[in-house]
Ligand binder design. Structure first.
Ligand SMILES: [Zn+2]
Length: 228
């Protein structure tokens, strides 16, 4: 009798068989980063998305309590060979393609994902992917400034479209730091730079499923429901 074909699993099982691991060194380094003065100085609101030192500290506590898990995911790369990260609201987890937060590029990337995590903690429904991404990029630009890198210095991204996002994020971050009352031009330029990237082209129409922390997938199933 022919064996019935195994049903395709609904989720990609990423723990164990794919070598997905948590590392206390990475988790502890991220908690330390969230409590560092440069992160604690971040404070802005982008179209109702609140990013503040106290929310970053709240995230640090959630990670300490394992309400949010930090994974080192060696296969996490948008561009082959370039390690990246994402946050999944489905399984309340941060997936980072690196395990070392010493390079500032890695710290910026981790903080971008942390912005998505803090919106999930607050169950912020109705946020568009576009605004979510804008807030993430501006947060890491502000971190770069608070970490001591003064204008006009900024990191350069290899891909021109990503570099344009960075440029827009730094322009808006610098406007916030200069206390520009209504940096509308910078906000519009930030949105346009995100929408110019193919993976974000529908971002204005996509709403993020931020639903608070509920650990539904915490028993070994980890979804690849990537929110880049
Ligand atoms: Zn993002």
């Amino acid at each position: 009798m022919a064996k019935k074909k195994a049903k395709k699993p609904k989720w990609n099982f990423r723990e164990g068989d794919k070598g997905l691991i948590t590392k206390s060194s990475l988790t502890n380094a991220l908690i330390k980063l969230l409590r560092s003065p440069a992160v604690q100085s971040i404070n802005f609101v982008f179209n109702a998305i609140i990013v503040s030192g106290s929310r970053m500290a709240e995230l640090a506590r959630a990670i300490e309590k394992f309400e949010i898990i930090v994974y080192h995911d060696t296969k996490c790369a948008i561009v082959p060979g370039k390690f990246d990260g994402y946050y999944s609201a489905t399984d309340d987890a941060l997936y980072l393609g690196f395990d070392d937060l010493a390079p500032i590029d890695n710290r910026m990337l981790a903080l971008h994902e942390c912005v998505h995590a803090i919106s999930d903690i607050h169950g912020s429904a109705g946020i568009t992917k576009l605004d979510d991404e804008c807030a993430g990029y501006v947060a890491c630009a502000l971190y770069y400034r608070h970490a001591g890198h003064k204008y006009p210095k900024r990191p350069k991204a290899t891909l021109p479209l990503v570099d344009a996002i960075y440029q827009a994020a730094f322009n808006l971050a610098d406007a916030y730091l200069d206390k520009v009352a209504n940096p509308n031009n910078e906000v519009q330029a930030m949105r346009a730079a995100i929408l110019a990237v193919p993976i974000y082209k529908s971002a204005a129409k996509v709403t993020m499923a931020y639903n608070g922390l509920n650990h539904k997938m915490r028993s070994g199933e980890y979804a690849l429901a990537a929110s880049l």
